[in-house]
Design a protein around this ligand. Structure first.
Ligand SMILES: Cc1cc2nc3c(=O)[nH]c(=O)nc-3n(C[C@H](O)[C@H](O)[C@H](O)COP(=O)(O)O)c2cc1C
Length: 182
C-alpha cells in the first residue's frame, strides 16, 4: 500500500518583524503538529517578506506571479494556521491585506487554527473578536480553541510557558479529530 499524501499545512505569519514572537509560537505549534503522527508538508508564509508586489497590490489582478503563488498555496492548504501579533486590539494590517487578496470562496470549510501574540493578556480575546469573524467571512472552519501567548511567555522569540504548550496540545488534538472526520 502506498503512503498517504502528506497533509498540506500552510502558515501565515502576519508579523512585520523578522525576529518574531508570533513566529516562535508558530514554531512551537508546528513542533506539536509533527508529533501527532501525520505526514505533513509545511509551508510558511511570512508576510513581511512579500515586499512591494504584495503591499502595493490593491486587488488580485495586480499581484506579481510570486505573490500569486503564495496566495494560491494558502488557498490550497488542507490546514491553514493563521498567526498574527495583536496590534491595536486586532490583527496587523499586513495580515489583513494578505486575506483581502484571497479569493472569497477558497477557504470555505477549510480548517483554520488561530494563533496570536500580544504584549500582555488583555487582548487575548482578539482571537475571538477579530480573527474569528474574519474567517467567518470566508465560511472557513475555525478550530474552537485558538492559542494566545503574551510577551512574558517568551525568552526572546522562544516560547517557554508550559501552560501555552498545554493549550497548543489541546488545540492540536481538536485539529487532529477534525481532520480524521474528513
Ligand atoms: C503598533 C503596535 C501595536 C500593538 N498593539 C497591541 C495591542 O493592542 N495589544 C497587545 O496585547 N499588544 C500590542 N502590541 C504588542 C505586540 O502585539 C507584541 O509585541 C507581539 O508579540 C509582537 O509580535 P512579533 O514579535 O511576532 O512581531 C502592539 C505592538 C505594536 C508595535
Amino acid at each position: 500500500m502506498t503512503d498517504p499524501q502528506p497533509l498540506r499545512v500552510v502558515v501565515i505569519n502576519g508579523s512585520p518583524n523578522e525576529q518574531s514572537k508570533t513566529r516562535g509560537l508558530v514554531t512551537a505549534t508546528l513542533s506539536g503538529l509533527s508529533q501527532i503522527g501525520r505526514k505533513i508538508d509545511t509551508r510558511r508564509i511570512d508576510v513581511y517578506r512579500l515586499g512591494r508586489g504584495f503591499s502595493e497590490a490593491n486587488n488580485r489582478e495586480d499581484v506579481t506571479p510570486e505573490i500569486e503563488d503564495e496566495l494560491r498555496t494558502a488557498e490550497e492548504a488542507e490546514l491553514l494556521i493563521a498567526a498574527t501579533p495583536i496590534y491595536r486590539g486586532s490583527y496587523t494590517g499586513l495580515f489583513k491585506h494578505f486575506f483581502d487578496l484571497i479569493e472569497q470562496y477558497s477557504l470555505a470549510e477549510k480548517p483554520v487554527l488561530l494563533l496570536a501574540t500580544g504584549g500582555g493578556e488583555k487582548h487575548a480575546l482578539a482571537l475571538d473578536h477579530a480573527l474569528r469573524p474574519l474567517f467567518a467571512s470566508f465560511q472557513a472552519h475555525t478550530l474552537p480553541i485558538g492559542v494566545f501567548a503574551s510577551s512574558g511567555d517568551f525568552d526572546g522569540t522562544t516560547l517557554l510557558n508550559p501552560r501555552v504548550y498545554s493549550r497548543i496540545t489541546v488545540a492540536l488534538d481538536d485539529t487532529d479529530k477534525l481532520l480524521s472526520h474528513r
